[in-house]
Write a protein that binds this ligand. Structure first.
Ligand code: ATP
Length: 258
């Protein structure tokens, strides 16, 4: 069989909503084990790009490959875990324990009314262990903090053992201190378990320290590459494509701010 370490490959993606261009000629490749931060200001096309990758939206032009094959014939949805920014709103209205929420990540494969086995429960507990939330498995999800809830949603996405985790601003509404520990948990997930990550965020300084690769989007890609090359971009170049001033915090400053 043809082997590839390519996970997402976008070639010349353009997307128009009616006549307005949301994305223009975007090409990008995410490979096995990489941690990509996709950054860009409001309205820059980040969510549009994610929806295209998730197969929810067909681009006006361009091609997408997932795991080395065309998106149209992609059938292994369990290889991709997705966590949205809206998870929090859902949890508080939904009375369930942490374990039940995580186990529900297996539902798409089992069908809605199939019974869960002991093995399923163990898989859910293992996923909770990875995000350091196993001690909370019996708690009601609504009783956890925003940061803890998002960890549980990561566990829910991990329960089918995906190769890629896609997240759309997962830290919205979480306080700064918990955001930092949430991001280091993601970094461990990438480093220790080899899971590729594509993370959409506004929190440039926190994330660019951890990501192995960075893509700067504002309708089109203004930069994409490894962290070291991103660091070489001047603050004025960064501010130019971002649309308003960007100040770069360096590692030492971030350490001090903790
Ligand atoms: N369903 C839609 N119909 C028409 N225009 C849309 C639609 N969705 C998004 N747009 C427009 O496309 C552009 C890109 O939007 P998108 O939501 O992808 O940006 P974003 O970077 O995710 O923004 P934010 O950071 O604010 O979430 C914006 O100008 C937006 O108004």
């Amino acid at each position: 069989m043809y082997m590839t370490n390519s996970i997402i490959k976008l070639d010349h993606i353009t997307h128009k909503y009616h006549h307005s261009v949301a994305l223009s000629d975007v090409s990008l490749e995410v490979k096995q084990g990489e941690f990509w931060a996709l950054i860009g200001p409001n309205g820059s096309g980040k969510s549009t790009l994610l929806r295209i990758i998730l197969g929810l939206l067909k681009p006006t032009e361009g091609t997408i490959q997932l795991f080395g094959g065309p998106i149209d014939s992609f059938k292994q949805q369990q290889r991709i875990g997705y966590v949205s920014q809206k998870s929090n709103a859902f949890t508080t209205r939904f009375p369930a324990t942490v374990l039940e929420v995580v186990r529900s990540g297996l539902t798409s494969k089992k069908g809605l009314f199939k019974r869960f086995t002991k093995e399923d429960e163990q898989r859910a507990l293992d996923a909770l262990q990875v995000v350091k939330m196993a001690d909370y498995h019996g708690k009601s999800i609504g009783d956890l903090s925003g940061g803890q809830q998002q960890r549980v949603f990561i566990a829910r996405a991990l329960v089918s053992k995906p190769d890629l985790l896609i997240m759309d601003e997962p830290t919205v509404g979480i306080d700064r201190q918990n955001v930092e520990s949430f991001y280091s948990m993601l970094s461990e997930l990438n480093r220790d378990y080899g899971i590729a990550i594509l993370l959409v965020t506004h929190e440039i300084d926190l994330v660019t320290q951890l990501a192995t690769h960075i893509a700067c989007l504002n309708r089109t890609i203004h930069f994409h590459g490894v962290h070291a090359d991103y660091e070489k971009m001047s603050e004025s170049e960064l501010s130019g494509w971002y649309g308003h001033p960007v100040r770069r915090l360096h590692q030492k400053e971030t350490e001090r701010a903790r």
